[in-house]
Design a protein around this ligand. Structure first.
Ligand code: SAM
Length: 289
């Protein structure tokens, strides 16, 4: 197996095929072998797993996944990588490469078709320019056991942030609604070619089989969360009043009181259970008008 993380191997390989990195496609390739090894290992990839990889590049993580999993499907948008991947991962009979834009995939249908009887997982060193839409698609697909991805460190911190912290956002709640996030380890910029300007981190999202909250209407729940964060540093009452004009400021105050929250509380202090209570109360009022 070719060690594609070895710069002495990678550079001639890229040159041989006249390959130039595309910034627009978020191409920062790994040059430290311990990173893909550790991602595959800590993701818990084994013979029971079917793994969806996004953006194999020249295949450092693909190799580690294919060595461990029963089946790997790697989705790559850049067709120029075809001859390179043929050289670096062509030997794996349990690997299928799909030459597509991951955001155009029907993820649940793909997982059902490619991984019958296997434990579906997603693993990737993500193209950072589309981190949020990819994570959104992977979590909303509700078909993975876990999603283990490398992202910018600040994004990892935002995903795993706790209520009341500076990093806590509507995206933290979105991710934590679907999964339990855990930051696994940092990856310095020196582990890539070309080097990104930011530090990266690998985060694992263990997808929830059951949600421990009573959420009567997920659409109203997420609308409540968005309304509460749209006006950061403003009170929850003002956020709800502008996100749900039908409530008005008085109605928003009544919702907050009915949930046993302080009148001047800010949205960014609420945990998911409290957002659930607020959204259920909004729904109850909508039904009774
Ligand atoms: N996995 C390789 C590594 O770790 O060295 C490459 C990671 S690089 C950060 C991101 C990869 O995602 C690139 O190969 C890029 O071409 C690919 N990519 C970018 N946008 C994509 C998209 N919309 N769908 C699928 N792959 C995409």
């Amino acid at each position: 197996m070719i060690d594609v993380c070895d710069i002495q191997v990678m550079k001639p390989l890229l040159q041989q095929h006249g390959f130039h990195f595309s910034k627009a496609k978020g191409q920062n390739f790994l040059t430290a072998r311990w990173v893909p090894e550790r991602i595959a290992e800590e993701a818990g990839v084994d013979a029971s797993a079917g793994v969806l990889e996004i953006g194999p590049g020249i295949g450092p993580l693909t190799q580690q996944l294919a060595l461990r999993a029963s089946k790997v499907c790697a989705v790559e948008v850049d067709h120029r990588l075809k001859p390179l991947l043929a050289q670096t991962v062509g030997e794996f009979s349990n690997l299928e490469i799909l030459w597509e834009d991951v955001l155009r995939l029907d993820v649940p249908a793909l997982v059902a078709e490619k991984f019958p009887g296997l434990r579906p997982m997603a693993c990737a060193n993500l193209p950072y320019y589309i981190t949020s839409p990819i994570l959104t698609a992977l979590l909303e697909a509700e078909c993975f056991d876990s999603v283990t991805v490398m992202v910018q460190k600040e994004v990892a911190q935002r995903i795993a942030a706790k209520p009341g912290s500076a990093d806590y956002s509507a995206f933290s709640i979105f991710c934590q609604y679907y999964a339990r996030p855990e930051i696994l380890f940092d990856v310095p910029a020196g582990c890539f070619m070309p080097q990104p300007k930011v530090t990266s981190a690998v985060i694992q999202l263990k997808v929830r089989k059951e949600r421990p909250w009573q959420i009567d209407d997920p659409e109203i729940f997420f609308r409540t969360v968005r309304a509460s964060f749209a006006m950061r540093r403003k009170t929850l009452q003002n956020g709800l009043a502008s996100g749900f004009p039908e409530l008005g400021k008085t109605g928003a105050g009544e919702v907050i009181a009915a949930c046993g929250l302080e009148p001047g509380v800010r949205g960014e202090k609420l945990d998911i259970a409290q957002f659930a209570a607020v959204s259920n109360e909004i729904l109850r009022r909508k039904r009774h008008v």
